[in-house]
Structures are given as structure tokens and as C-alpha cells.
Ligand binder design. Sequence first.
Ligand SMILES: [Fe+2]
Length: 127
Amino acid sequence: MTRKEFLKWGASGAGIGLTALLTSRCKSTSSPTAPATSKTFTSSSVQSHTHTVSLSQTEVNTPPAAGISRETSAVSSGYSASHAHTFAITQAQLTTVMNGGSVTVESSSADGGSGAHTHVFTIAKWY
Ligand SMILES: [Fe+2]
């Protein structure tokens, strides 16, 4: 093999290797899963029960001036009669969440039969 032939074969070998390397990448056929448009947050457990509340991406991205106030899920367990609390988050807290921060929100007080109590929700951006 002459020097010229050697170089020719070496160059084509490198080309084949490079082609194999490039075609082996970016082969994924599955598209990334889009984040959920809403999320359900679970409260702290008090008197052996929790509640949930949901927020949407829209509510976080465009926080209403008056904030958001809504009922939590109801609960009925061995310790508590069915009851719900009011969850209220301010526009400033929602803005903190939008910017990637985490806020804690204490619910209103309610009595499920075992005494008045509140729950704490930790709200953070999920998308
Ligand atoms: Fe409760």
C-alpha cells in the first residue's frame, strides 16, 4: 500500500465512523411529555387528615389582582367529620411561585368534630 492509498483509506474510515456517530444520535422518537396544565397540592396532615387544592398554570402565570380563594377538597375520616377549609393565596404569593419560588399558605380554620384546626400548603411551580 502506498502512502497515498493509506491516507485515502484512513480518510474514508474516519468518514464512516463520523457518519455512524452522527446517525446514532437524535434517534429518539418519543416527544417530551408536556407538563400538566394544573396541579393538585396536598396539605399538611392535621388530626390525621389532609385536604387538596388545585391551581392552574394560567392562574400562576397571570395572578389575579385579588389573588385566589377557593374551597379545599372535603374530607371525612375516622377522626374528622366531613369538612373543608378556605385556601387563599395572594397575587404577590402567586408571583413568587411564577418566578420559581415556594410559598406556604395556611388555610382557614374549620372544625371537623375534633377541634378547630388549619392546614398548611406548600405551593411551588411545577412546569
Ligand atoms: Fe381539615
